[in-house]
Design a protein around this ligand. Structure first.
Ligand code: MLT
Length: 407
């Protein structure tokens, strides 16, 4: 008889955003005359930058001619894109990252979910709470945790992000081997200073650990003192992997393109204590299971790095940050404390109420979808996340409706 991977039985029945989508569909079916505004899942609404659309068209034309047609590309990504990333996202910020340390992929969700495969199943994990659910769920699937007891999986060091620590978790007292960090943070929108990241790099060095640094939202940083990459910290290339995405930078959530940086100096060990190159392991995994991102999509991504592309993507992130500012101001007027939204597209609101109840209230009374904080972990209870990804008209209408609902 075929057996299942029983680790899956430890998981909640559905992924957070599928669960919310189901609830919203049920509400829409029952209330067809009440239009819903979605500020839940962080999905972009504005069209692709014009430079990306032009590059897509041109690359599609190349695919239509025998002389320029392309079949399989390099699994790690075309050199034109990897070199543009290395120059603009790393060399320009004085980060010592080479083009061949960059792996282009179809999304950071996949990469930060898949990366754990190359590490042992008995490693010690440190995972933030609240957290982007992918980090946690993929480790549950792989059998690195016990069951869920009182809202938390056993066998994990949770890094609490609370109002008391400004939603930036402290370094744990105990050692961990694999540490997940995300800044600007999803879901809280909090950012980490250089000193805070340096402390994590020192902790990882001391424990021969690896940091998985998700910086999918770095394009939203406006404070010049905040690092965009973990590699801005001295020594980080010996202890960190970084995930970046074009989804929120340039509206690629539907187009799919991202990249992961695995420095060649990064080492991990086998049971006998022998050193192995993490870059070589990830290259082995990536080339075995992935055949690369479509050529036209990579051309569209490379267009982001042209001067015009930089201007257009900046305008796009500025636009969503404008929405975020309106959301923050509206929450302030309602007396609801919040963080995020200044260097991130998410606003994390301390409602002081049960987060699913607050979600239901906004849906029923305002027809606005948010994300209940409890869905991101125990420390998310009492909070909701509002995403700035929508049109200005929808954000303004949502804020008017929320104000009326909370009167
Ligand atoms: C979110 O809403 O947290 C994001 O859309 C997640 C993602 O990018 O997968």
């Amino acid at each position: 008889m075929i057996r299942i991977n029983e680790n899956y039985t430890k998981l909640k029945a559905s992924y957070l955003f599928s669960d919310i989508a189901k609830r919203v569909s049920a509400f829409v079916a029952a209330n067809p005359s009440k239009p819903v505004i979605r500020l839940g899942i962080g999905d972009v609404t504005e069209p692709l930058p014009a430079v990306c659309v032009e590059a897509l068209h041109a690359a599609t034309d190349e695919m239509a001619k025998r002389e320029t047609f392309k079949g399989y590309g390099p699994e790690q990504g075309y050199a034109f894109l990897r070199e543009a990333i290395a120059a603009h996202d790393y060399a320009a910020r004085k980060c010592p990252i080479e083009a061949d340390e960059i792996f282009v992929s179809d999304g950071s969700k996949c990469d930060c979910g898949n990366i754990q495969e190359i590490f042992g199943t008995d490693i010690r994990l440190a995972i933030p709470d609240p957290v982007y659910p992918v980090y946690l769920d993929t480790n549950v699937m792989a059998g690195r945790t016990g069951g869920n007891v009182d809202g938390r999986y056993t066998g994990i060091t949770y890094l609490d992000s609370t109002p008391a620590n400004g939603y930036v978790p402290a370094i744990p007292a105990t050692a961990a081997d694999l540490i997940y960090l995300c800044f600007p943070n999803n879901p809280t929108g909090a950012v980490a200073t250089k000193a805070q990241l340096a402390a994590w790099v020192a902790y990882a060095k001391k424990n021969q650990a690896i940091i998985l640094f998700d910086s999918a939202y770095e394009a939203y940083i406006r404070d010049p003192a905040i690092p965009h990459s973990i590699y801005e910290i001295d020594g980080a290339r010996d202890v960190a992997i970084e995930f970046r995405s074009f989804s929120k930078t340039a509206g690629f959530t539907g187009t799919r393109c991202a990249y992961t940086v695995v420095p060649k100096s990064l080492k991990a060990f086998d049971a006998a204590g022998k050193e192995h190159s993490v870059h070589a392991l990830w290259n082995r995994r990536h080339t075995t299971k992935f055949n690369g991102v479509a050529y036209p999509i990579q051309k569209a991504a490379a267009a982001i790095f042209t001067p015009e592309g930089q201007k257009q993507t900046r305008a796009l992130t500025d636009f969503y940050l404008g929405n975020a500012k309106l959301i923050r101001e509206a929450m302030g007027k309602l007396g609801l404390p919040c963080v995020g939204g200044d260097n991130a597209p998410y606003i994390w609101i301390n409602t002081g109420r049960d987060s699913w109840e607050f979600f239901d209230l906004l849906l029923d009374k305002a027809q606005v979808v948010c994300t209940p904080g409890a869905g991101f972990g125990k420390c998310g209870e009492g909070h909701v996340r509002i995403s700035a990804f929508n049109s200005r008209a929808n954000v303004e209408a949502a804020l008017t409706r929320i104000a009326a609902a909370l009167k």
